[in-house]
Design a protein around this ligand. Sequence first.
Ligand SMILES: O=C(O)c1ccccc1N[C@@H]1O[C@H](COP(=O)(O)O)[C@@H](O)[C@H]1O
Length: 219
Amino acid sequence: MSLLVKICGLSTRETLDVALGAGADMVGFVFFPPSPRHLSLETARELGKQAKGRATKVALTVDADDATLSNIVETLQPDLLQLHGKETIARLRDVKARFGLPVMKVIAVETSADLAALPGFADVADRILFDARAPKGATRPGGLGAVFDWQLLSKLDLKLPYMVSGGLNPDNVAEAIRVTRAGGVDVSSGVERSPGHKDPEMILKFIRAARATEELMVR
Ligand SMILES: O=C(O)c1ccccc1N[C@@H]1O[C@H](COP(=O)(O)O)[C@@H](O)[C@H]1O
């Protein structure tokens, strides 16, 4: 199976076009007001149309309620919901049933203890994304460029597809794939010139660096 590359936090037509043109498999849109990447529904509608049929559209939310999710689903028309908060297993089940969309649950990782909840989530989620646990007091649970210890995943035996994120960039993505054996990688701040401002050249470099590892990997 080929590696999935997700570019997250896209917010302009230009940078979305670069990611799609470079062959991103997934494009992520952030709906979390404290984030510098937060999208209005109006922009989401526009970018959603632009990405339709060219990549998997991912809507990233943090403990969003039904009304918020409903507006996002209606305007962006995502293919996948990325739940990046403290959503419970019951909430995942409910979201899946209510919106009829696959769900990618984010597991925040700092120590091996953070993996204990994995089996329960893996029963319900369609895929898992491992991200670095945000430091206490952070204004958002992700998109901070923080890295976790990839060795924690090196012996992971998960039947579900999983991706890795957290502080990835064009220089470290190959090593992250090698250590974690993840089926996909996800990046936001590592392809930005400042928070919320994607750099076209870095997007290209990231996708190239990730793709270059594919030939070396035996999954
Ligand atoms: O990008 C954000 O602002 C954000 C806000 C709230 C939750 C998650 C967010 N970003 C996601 O976090 C991971 C890792 O990001 P980074 O590469 O370390 O910057 C990724 O999935 C982002 O989309």
